[in-house]
Ligand binder design. Structure first.
Ligand code: GLP
Length: 251
């Protein structure tokens, strides 16, 4: 595991964009898995700027959405589909056949999972996965309770969201909106990515980042299980590293 502490939040965005750009140049055509959420937004803006300047070609890649709330679709503010389309795919001018997002409005969630699995398989498996971390340590919607009970899931799955995720979900919605289940790429599928970049920024993430990357690995903190991945990088801003991590290192 490589842990990098950026100098500032903006520096984290730039470093994350550097890593993604390097991967695009080295592995054109491979599949990028992108998390939605507040954490990768700055990185996406940097990538879009570099794309517009012709420094990278985002269109060289294929993309898979990491997760979404079951019951919400593109038209719903707060859905991952809307976030990713509005903040990344549309501004990048990405043709629709280059990316696949979970359809949270599906009436057949299991079939939706099989379709995402087929998309991933058809493009050679996940190349680079760019992840965030939830306050309970989840990656995607791979919830602690699910990991503890069932272990890492291959493929994609429908998950009952735990209490922390339901509570935190409200930060994405303009008005209170009950969400109970999510669609996600499974933990084992993510762990099979060629390379994984996990971003964490802000003081609110410091405690879970410490538990995930400085204490014993446990399914109760799903992100901690990524530490055995051979090409796993954690990028933190100073606030997320505060109180538990010194300078950047590789362990
Ligand atoms: C959310 C999403 C994850 C995301 C994480 C952190 O619930 N399911 O994909 O990476 O939690 O979100 P944020 O970056 O907004 O803190």
């Amino acid at each position: 595991m490589e842990i990098i502490v950026a100098d500032t939040a903006d520096h984290l965005d730039a470093l994350a964009a550097d890593r993604v750009a390097d991967y695009i140049r080295a592995h054109p055509g491979r599949l990028l898995c992108l998390a939605a959420g507040q954490t990768p937004l700055g990185m996406m803006r940097v990538l879009l700027d570099r794309h517009r300047r012709g420094e990278i070609d985002l269109g060289a890649m294929r993309y898979a959405g990491l997760d979404d709330w079951l019951g919400l679709g593109y038209a719903d503010a707060g859905s991952c589909a809307q976030f990713l389309r509005d903040n990344f795919y549309h501004p990048a001018g990405m043709p629709a056949d280059r990316f696949r997002l979970f359809d949270g409005l599906t009436e057949a969630p299991e079939a939706e999972c099989r379709e995402m699995e087929a998309w991933i398989a058809a493009h050679g498996g996940l190349g680079l996965s760019v992840l965030g971390i939830g306050l309970n340590g989840h990656v995607g919607f791979n919830e602690p309770e699910h990991l503890v009970r069932h272990g890492p899931s291959r493929g994609c799955l429908v998950v009952d969201l735990d209490e922390t995720t339901r509570r935190v979900s409200q930060k994405y919605f303009a008005k209170p909106l009950p969400v109970a289940r999510g669609l996600t790429i499974g933990f084992a599928e993510l762990a099979a990515s060629d390379r994984i970049l996990l971003l964490a920024g802000g003081a609110a993430k410091a405690d879970i980042a410490r538990r995930a990357f400085a204490e014993n690995a446990t399914p109760a903190v799903p992100a901690s299980l990524l530490r055995t991945h051979p090409r796993f990088t954690v990028l933190l801003d100073p606030a997320a590293a505060a109180g538990w991590h010194g300078p950047s290192n590789t362990v």
